[in-house]
Design a protein around this ligand. Structure first.
Ligand code: F6R
Length: 609
């Protein structure tokens, strides 16, 4: 989730652009850059503050009244200065900032190199200015060159394009990544969301997919990719900046939970090939042959990432036959793990900076293991120190409690399962079935998210209790622990995760009318066992809130309350069943008036032991 901000008007563009970037920083960043059209470009790694320092005393070399600016959250290529946007072509005439992913950039880059283009970065974005340069040679027209370029690229984009020879014009277009045009008096703005525009104007136009807007200080013209003109009046923004950052939600945690279906789409984009029952994971290509010889996997993570690893263990063992162990980083690093060259260490981390996970990787590598990662933050230490990996593409997670990253971690693990399985005995039919089921998940996810008001009421009903038991079995065993962790960390209420089969070995003693249970009981291979556990709890007067599969009438007779989730493959149920638990924890914390995004005593990234 990068941030774009651009300006065309009559004032000096540089200070407007840099301020605009500062107010987009909440979207996450690893580097930033600004190009003032026809003048100069500056880029810097890290926060916008670093960019300001670089500009200090040099502002007069950036004279001009239009420009494009960008905050990068890396997807392709390390977070370095050369990979920071804006990117330009060989002639330095076309400049581009981009939010999204160009899926066919490798083919395009090879083609452009064969035509003599020289690339300066490792990004997917850089193909765009070079394509513009090529098309301009034939079209000799800025707008036509843009339209031809858009025909070549596949993927998602929110783009702003500047052309050195037309200083009073910028062009923006959208396909799957947000673009908002701000309409001022004698000036126009473009941004990824309205927050940096609001200080200048409240009149905005939300571009739709497939639309191109050509902006000059006085005018905007919108058309479709095939040049059909589109009439659109600006709308008035009523929201305040803080609400915009959270997409209108009260907290980032809620915003991030509500992104779940988009997260699955983003994590899987361009990676599933259902027709052949295959998964394409570009980040594993360099180790694909080595992965064929792996005969043992150790998954390492901490907290939520560890629980996603437990789901991964079940998936990988069931579908690939490779033995898997899962361990928290803090244990792994201090004992004597048995590792050889056919062992693969799989590190899972949202931040890519968790000290215990990182040390586990270093220890495993010292012992000769292949280390791969499932990491959300591109260019993070874990991403760099692993031999290869899968990026989540979940976008920055700002709420301290991990929600959307967990969804994308399990999605990535499901893809890895197909990848490793198809290298072994997994049939094309099974691979196809899993891929198709993953593709159907976003729609199913929307159905669960649409029940948020009912879940809110349930949370209010249960907010009188001080202790909770979370029960799950097989694929939902780890979800019981993850659900309990979410409740603990955001609402400070005591919650215990428990494998349902373990309940009668101790935890059952706690149950009475004041100790409710959240039972994850989808219609899967252990459903009958879960029903027995629920009966045991009810026999001890315990209250039960069950998560069950659509159409399960039987559970209604037993449980006090039921939240329904759609049917999916057993291995994928955790992706759906965790959402009601995330929402439940969120609403419990809100009902107590707590700061959900910043729970006490916790940090987003634990970079110390
Ligand atoms: C829980 C939570 C933590 C993290 C853990 C690992 O909601 O956020 O348990 O999951 O600290 O962090 P990463 O994934 O950044 O390695």
């Amino acid at each position: 989730m990068c941030g774009i901000f651009s300006y065309v008007g009559k004032k000096e563009a540089l200070p407007i652009l840099v301020d605009g970037l500062s107010s987009l920083e909440y979207r996450g960043y690893d580097s930033s850059g600004v190009y003032v059209v026809g003048s100069n470009c500056v880029k810097s790694v890290g926060a916008v503050e670093n960019l300001r320092k670089k500009l200090d005393g040099k502002e007069n070399t950036f004279s001009g009244t239009s420009g494009i600016a960008h905050l990068r959250w890396a997807t392709h290529g390390e977070p370095t200065e050369k990979n920071a946007h804006p990117h330009s072509d060989c002639s330095g005439k076309f400049w581009v900032v981009h939010n999204g992913i160009i899926e066919n950039y490798k083919e395009l880059k090879e083609h452009l190199i064969s035509l003599g283009h020289i690339f300066k970065s490792d990004t997917d974005t850089e193909v765009v200015p070079h394509l513009l340069e090529e098309h301009f040679k034939r079209e000799n027209d800025f707008e036509k060159a843009v339209k031809q370029t858009l025909k070549d690229i596949k993927g998602t984009y929110g783009l702003v394009i500047a052309f050195k020879d037309e200083k009073n014009k910028i062009i923006t277009c959208r396909m799957g990544a947000p673009v908002v045009v701000g309409v001022g008096v004698g000036e126009m703005f473009v941004a990824s969301d309205p927050s940096p525009i609001l200080r200048h104007t409240r009149q905005v136009i939300y571009l739709r997919d497939g639309e191109i807007a050509t902006l000059t200080p006085e005018n905007y013209n919108i058309c479709s990719l095939d040049s059909t003109p589109i009439a659109r009046d600006p709308e008035m923004i009523e929201w305040e900046v803080d609400q915009i950052k959270k997409d209108g939600y009260d907290h980032f945690m809620m915003k991030e939970i509500m992104e779940a279906s988009d997260v699955i789409k983003n994590t899987t984009r361009g990676r599933l090939i259902p027709e052949n029952g295959l998964v394409k994971l570009g980040g594993l290509e360099i180790v694909a042959d080595k992965l064929k010889d792996i005969n043992r996997i150790i998954i390492v993570g901490c907290g939520t990432a560890y629980y996603s690893g437990v789901v991964g263990e079940y998936m990988i063992e069931e579908y690939t036959g490779i033995p898997v162990e899962v361990e928290v980083g803090s244990e792994f690093r201090y004992r004597k793990p048995l590792i050889d060259k056919n062992t693969m260490l799989l590190a899972i981390s949202q931040s890519g900076e968790t000290a215990d996970t990182l040390e586990a990787i270093r220890e495993a590598k010292r012992k000769g293991a292949l280390a791969i990662g499932i990491v959300n933050t591109v260019g993070s230490t874990i991403a760099r120190e692993t031999d290869a990996g899968i990026y989540n593409h979940a976008g920055p997670e700002i709420g301290v409690a991990s929600t959307k990253a967990f969804i994308s971690q399990i999605t990535a693990l499901a893809m890895l399962t197909v990848f490793l399985g198809r290298q072994r005995e997994m049939s094309m039919v099974t691979g196809k079935r899993i891929c198709e089921e993953i593709i159907s998940l976003p729609e199913k996810m929307e159905k669960i998210l649409s029940q948020k008001e009912e879940i809110k009421k349930l949370a209010e009903k249960y907010s009188i209790y001080r202790d909770f038991l979370y029960l799950g079995r097989k694929y939902n065993y780890a979800i019981a622990y993850e659900g309990a962790l979410k409740l603990k960390e955001v609402s400070y209420i005591h919650a215990e995760g428990c494998g349902a089969g373990e309940m009668k070995h101790g935890p059952l003693a706690m149950i009475d009318e004041n100790f409710p249970t959240l039972a994850i009981a989808p219609s899967d291979s252990v459903y009958e066992k879960m029903i027995s556990n629920i009966q045991e709890i009810k026999a001890r007067k315990g209250k039960v809130l069950a998560i069950a599969t659509d159409g399960d009438e039987r559970i209604k007779e037993l449980a006090d309350d039921v939240i329904y989730i759609p049917k999916t493959l057993e291995m994928l149920t955790p992706i759906l069943s965790v959402i009601p638990l995330q929402l439940f924890a969120y609403y419990m914390a809100v009902s107590k008036g707590l700061n959900v995004d910043r729970p006490r005593n916790l940090a987003k990234s634990v970079t110390v032991e």
